[in-house]
Write a protein that binds this ligand. Sequence first.
Ligand SMILES: [Zn+2]
Length: 148
Amino acid sequence: MSRRTTRPARPAAGVRTPAVTGESPCPCGLPAGYAQCCGRLHAGTVAASSCESLMRSRYAAFVVRDEAYLLRTWHPDTRPPAVDFDPAMRWVRLEVLETTEGSPFHTAGTVTFRAHYTDNGRPGSLHEKSRFVRHEGAWVYATAVFVD
Ligand SMILES: [Zn+2]
């Protein structure tokens, strides 16, 4: 990662997220190592079989800042041109609260979750119900049904 010289050094705030390696616990919260869990999806080795696994892998992609994965799992109708990772944000934990449909036998589904973060060291959380659909056979993120 290149060092940015145009910004003053950020004051130490909160806890830095340690770098995620293949042996790290997967950021998505499942009891597997990153390489055996969402890392396989990020690498393109396997595709998400359900809305929940796609949602978990997208959360993990925010943690590891895998922009390419986020963009290719975003429906083309709603996909932004780029993902703007806020350097002050640290995603710390994901709770999946509810899922509807979204299995290998469905073509759409929703996942309601709470994603916990720190913003410049201040804790917060994002509560969202996301809608996922199949696009060319693969699960993609379509839109937020609600966010609070
Ligand atoms: Zn995972």
